[in-house]
Write a protein that binds this ligand. Sequence first.
Ligand SMILES: Cc1cc2nc3c(=O)[nH]c(=O)nc-3n(C[C@H](O)[C@H](O)[C@H](O)COP(=O)(O)OP(=O)(O)OC[C@H]3O[C@@H](n4cnc5c(N)ncnc54)[C@H](O)[C@@H]3O)c2cc1C
Length: 298
Amino acid sequence: MPCTFREVITLRNFEFFEPTTIEDASSLLTKYNGKARLLAGGTDLIIEMKARTATPEYVISLEKIPGLAGIDYDENSGLRIGALTRMRTLEKDSLIRERYTALAEGAGEVGGVQIRHLATIGGNISHGSPAADTAAPLLALGAQVKIASADGERVVPIETFFLGPGQTVLNTGEIVTAFECPPRGENEGSQYIKQKIREVMDLAFVGVASSAKSDNGTVSDVKIGLAAVAPTPLRATNAEAIVNGNSLTADLLEQAADAASAQSSPISDLRCSAEHRREMVGVLTQRTLQAAATRAQG
Ligand SMILES: Cc1cc2nc3c(=O)[nH]c(=O)nc-3n(C[C@H](O)[C@H](O)[C@H](O)COP(=O)(O)OP(=O)(O)OC[C@H]3O[C@@H](n4cnc5c(N)ncnc54)[C@H](O)[C@@H]3O)c2cc1C
């Protein structure tokens, strides 16, 4: 039956909680299993609730839990980004821009400025969208996802976090608390490129991020993240193996591009054909690899 405008914009009633500890938030999630949703910036959840694709009876805000937002860096242990850190913060932060450039670029691609003031990195990743703009950068930067619940903590590599569209490894009662990336030196660079139909406020139809170390023209520790070209964001590991330990010659870049395209498994939809997506994976793999290596040389 067609919905009236009023039906679409009216939220169903729900009970709202503002716990002040992870343990309390986790216990509420477990108690109301299947009927509760976490709320971070709300830019995905509230849209779903308005569209009635989500009708939680209990909404649990993360906002009042101390220590969930912010960026910390240590030369030995590396980068820690709290799950509640906003896209606008990541986009503007000087350390992220200099050392984890692909992530600043990914965050800067999310929606418009108003959305980026609300949208969090934890929400972007936990939502499980294959097209999430911070997913490919986090894959390329070797991120680990910190997950906590009332029962304790665990850490998973971001490669294993996504299970399918909208599906992640999070179990009942689990909350993403932070992302950790290894420390980065001056001889490391990265880049994220997003292809979209409209210039602003559009999801990626292809997103590629590359990261590399460069020593006298030889690249190492290469990581390539792909988004919107498979049921989950993924690493282009075959392409990485081709370029790792070598100079980025035109021939090698072409081989890497072909390998990345072959590792993608895109669909055709209203926005783009699978063939075009696959081709763009190759093009963007070459471009981001070259840019990562150039940035690594300063
Ligand atoms: C107009 C518009 C444009 C957009 N454009 C883009 C875009 O270009 N690129 C893009 O990637 N996204 C885009 N989005 C989607 C959205 O803004 C992002 O995915 C955002 O980062 C979600 O974060 P949030 O804090 O708002 O999440 P919420 O909406 O608060 O939460 C999203 C989901 O994650 C869960 N969740 C939130 N935090 C946690 C946590 N710490 N642990 C476990 N689960 C958690 C929630 O329960 C919910 O299921 C757009 C959205 C809108 C409305």
